[in-house]
Design a protein around this ligand. Structure first.
Ligand code: HEC
Length: 155
């Protein structure tokens, strides 16, 4: 009797283990899952005060310089300017994958966005970290956006 129970337990845990391995994402699946969120332009404008953000061409150089100073003071510890992840995603390409409104809403309304925006939520899962509010003013956020556009080679 004991043997039978032992056998049954072994078989069941074996099956459990196999199904678990199959459903847990391997690195290939993970890349396919993450790419739509990370690499394609989403029309999502996020939630917050910014409904329409007009972009200037050429870039506003003063904003770029101020944005860079904010980056060094407040963002540098968690974000690289390449595509490489640190605590948060690498910021290179962010202006290609997100709308200006989403970026500015995310920077100024961070906790609400992480609680309710699908992309922000997915990023939190991917990074396994939650971005703290950075207390940026609307002007700071606009400077940051300009700096991020510059970082993405926009002009
Ligand atoms: C303590 C670490 C930390 C700091 C400091 C930080 N962030 Fe983040 N950031 C994150 C994490 C983690 C995420 C992933 C999103 C989430 O938390 O849901 C993120 C996401 C982002 C995103 C979205 C990226 C994407 O791929 O869509 C932007 C834009 C961003 N941060 C900008 C900033 C800016 C600008 C600053 C500085 C003013 C800053 N962050 C400071 C951790 C941080």
């Amino acid at each position: 009797m004991k043997r039978k129970i032992f056998l049954a337990t072994t078989i069941f845990s074996g099956i459990f283990f196999i199904t678990r391995c199959n459903t847990s994402p391997n690195s290939d699946n993970e890349v396919r899952e993450i790419n739509p969120v990370r690499d394609t332009l989403s029309a999502d404008k996020g939630m917050g005060r910014f409904k329409e953000v007009p972009l200037t061409h050429p870039l506003n150089d003063t904003d770029v310089i101020e944005g860079q100073a904010i980056y060094k003071a407040k963002c540098f510890s968690c974000h690289k300017l390449t595509t490489e992840k640190l605590i948060g995603p690498g910021l290179h390409g962010v202006t290609d994958r997100r709308t200006p409104e989403w970026i500015m809403n995310f920077m100024t309304n961070t906790s609400v966005m992480i609680d309710s925006d699908a992309i922000a939520q997915q990023l939190m899962v991917t990074c396994n970290a939650r971005m703290p509010n950075q207390n940026l003013t609307d002007d700071d956020a606009r400077d940051m956006l300009e700096f991020l556009r510059k970082n993405d080679g926009k002009n």
